[in-house]
Write a protein that binds this ligand. Structure first.
Ligand code: KIV
Ligand code: ZN
Length: 503
């Protein structure tokens, strides 16, 4: 058995499937580029048949990302497999990932099919998928609750039909590590032709055990783990890529396996996915949370100063986290700026670079020290692929104790028209949002608002994330500024621009 674990990222399929996390094809491509830098092995780019947007996303990624395997999900029905095959056609290496449920409860109530019929569907799906590619994955949906003997039978049949990967999803997050590990061992021992396929796992986090279950599976012979950045996904999410990968790295002594992930790219991937989905990362999230590497207690701080490893099992640098370096100041020139951005992995067009540099100069004037994280926040704003319908031209707020907060706002339209107006509110942010709503007659609902500082210090950039809903559609916006009211207004406008763009 190989000791290399294949990392199959499904952020763009299972991750994107969860309510409120949807991304358009361009945003998906942005994530795919980062996944390429991260060097995952497989990107599941979407579920081609599910919508024209998903088809386009898979197809765009298949055309643009060449260094790794691109996959599309497909139910075990011909029209799904044909759509996946078509969307994946331009990919250099493509995989069709087909699935059907195998647990008693799914077969009886959802599919209303008997075991024989399920085996027949699975085999036919794999055979059809093989007409489009040699790389076919079969998933037995709800495998963790499937009778093991039936699971062995299905796997044996699909491998004989040409499946090269067999996936064991814990679809509802029901499994417990020891038992899940046993199931994988059973598959390895009981499926006669298992040596012809890779055993994969796909764990959901309903009991908070998705990482533990995935790792138990690896210990028992699974050699592909399906996971997502920040653990996003249906309901409580999927196994988190950063946790699985770092556990295997930090505890190589125990796992004895390798993987190809460039862990230094993890933090950037986490930020990007958080930015594009609007899903903030909880501060105590393992590996990528804001507190993951901070030591608050005196005893811990003292220990770390004496010897880092007393309280730190991995170096923040290993995941590209924190240790945000002082990179540039107000005297830094364009060349240094461009080089630094390249170092951070940003690829900007000439105009974007121009604007980013102007904004950097303004920031460097306000802020003595400009860190990598500041630059990332600033540039991430700049590379938004959504055309800006409205931009903020001017903002003035007055607020204080015993004063009615008021905001005066000037917006620019792409046609160069200037819209100006004022409004009051409960606070300065509310006043801004009321002024914007009035100016453009916007009737959305603010579902969520949050603010975080990008780095530390009183002059830190404040990063605001908002979620706006209109007629059942939800979009998020994010913006950073040393002035949190300005960041709030820009984040709000960014969400509005997205809503208008989609329309
Ligand atoms: O959770 C699940 O069962 C899935 C399959 C389609 C792999 O996402
Ligand atoms: Zn899933």
């Amino acid at each position: 058995m190989s000791d290399r674990v294949i990392i199959f990222d499904t952020t763009l399929r299972d991750g994107e499937q969860c309510p409120g996390a949807s991304m358009n094809p361009q945003q998906k491509l942005e994530v795919a580029r980062q996944l390429e830098r991260l060097k995952v092995d497989v990107i599941e780019a979407g579920f081609a048949v599910s919508s024209p947007g998903d088809f386009e996303g898979v197809n765009l990624i298949a055309r643009q990302i060449k260094g790794l395997v691109i996959a599309s999900l497909a139910r075990a029905v011909p029209k799904d497999i044909e759509a996946a095959g078509k969307a994946l056609k331009p990919a250099k290496r493509r995989r069709i990932h087909t699935f059907v449920a195998t647990s008693e409860i799914h077969m009886k109530y959802k599919l209303r099919k008997a075991e024989e019929e399920i085996v027949r569907l699975a085999v036919a799906a794999v055979k059809l998928a093989r007409k489009y590619t040699d790389d076919v994955e079969f998933s037995a949906e709800d495998a963790a609750r499937t009778q093991p003997e039936f699971l062995y039978r299905v796997f044996e049949a699909v491998i004989a039909a040409g499946a090269t990967t067999v996936n064991v999803p814990d679809t509802v997050g029901w499994a417990i590590p020891a038992q899940f590990g046993e199931l994988i061992r059973g598959i390895r021992e009981e499926v006669l032709n298992i040596h012809k396929a890779v055993i994969s796992v796909h764990c959901h986090n309903d009991l908070g055990l998705s990482t533990a279950n995935s790792l138990a599976a690896v210990l028992n012979g699974a050699r592909q783990v399906e996971c997502t950045i920040n653990g996003i996904g249906e309901r409580a999410g999927n196994a988190s890529l950063e946790e699985v990968v770092m556990a295997m790295k930090v505890r190589k002594d125990l796992f004895g396996v390798t993987h190809g992930v460039r862990t230094e790219e993890i933090y950037r991937a986490s930020r990007l996915v958080s930015k594009l989905t609007g899903f903030l990362v909880q501060p105590n999230k393992a590996i990528v949370g804001g507190n993951a590497f901070s030591h608050e207690s005196g005893i811990h701080q003292h220990g770390v100063l004496m010897h880092r490893k007393t309280y730190e099992i991995m170096h923040p640098k290993e995941v590209g986290y924190g240790e945000s370096k002082l990179v540039l100041g107000k005297h830094s020139g364009r060349h240094a700026f461009v080089e630094r951005l390249k170092g951070l992995g940003f690829v900007l067009g000439e105009k974007q670079m121009e604007r980013a540099f102007d904004r950097f100069k303004v920031l460097a004037d306000k802020k003595k020290e400009v860190f990598d994280d500041d630059l990332s926040a600033l540039v991430e704003d700049e590379i938004s692929e959504v055309p800006e319908r409205f931009t903020l031209g001017y903002l003035h707020v007055s607020s204080g104790t015993g004063v009615i907060p008021t905001a005066t706002i000037r917006l620019k339209t792409p046609e160069g028209k200037i819209l100006q107006g004022a409004a009051s509110g409960d606070g300065p942010v509310d006043a801004c949002y009321n002024a914007i709503d009035r100016l453009i007659q916007f009737k959305g609902k603010l579902q969520d608002y949050s603010i975080q500082s990008v780095t530390s210090g009183k002059d830190a950039l404040g990063e605001v994330t908002v979620k706006l809903a209109v007629n059942g559609r939800v979009e998020h916006g994010r913006a950073a500024s040393t002035d949190i009211i300005e960041a709030s207004a820009k984040a709000y406008l960014s969400a509005i621009n997205r809503l208008l763009h989609k329309r």
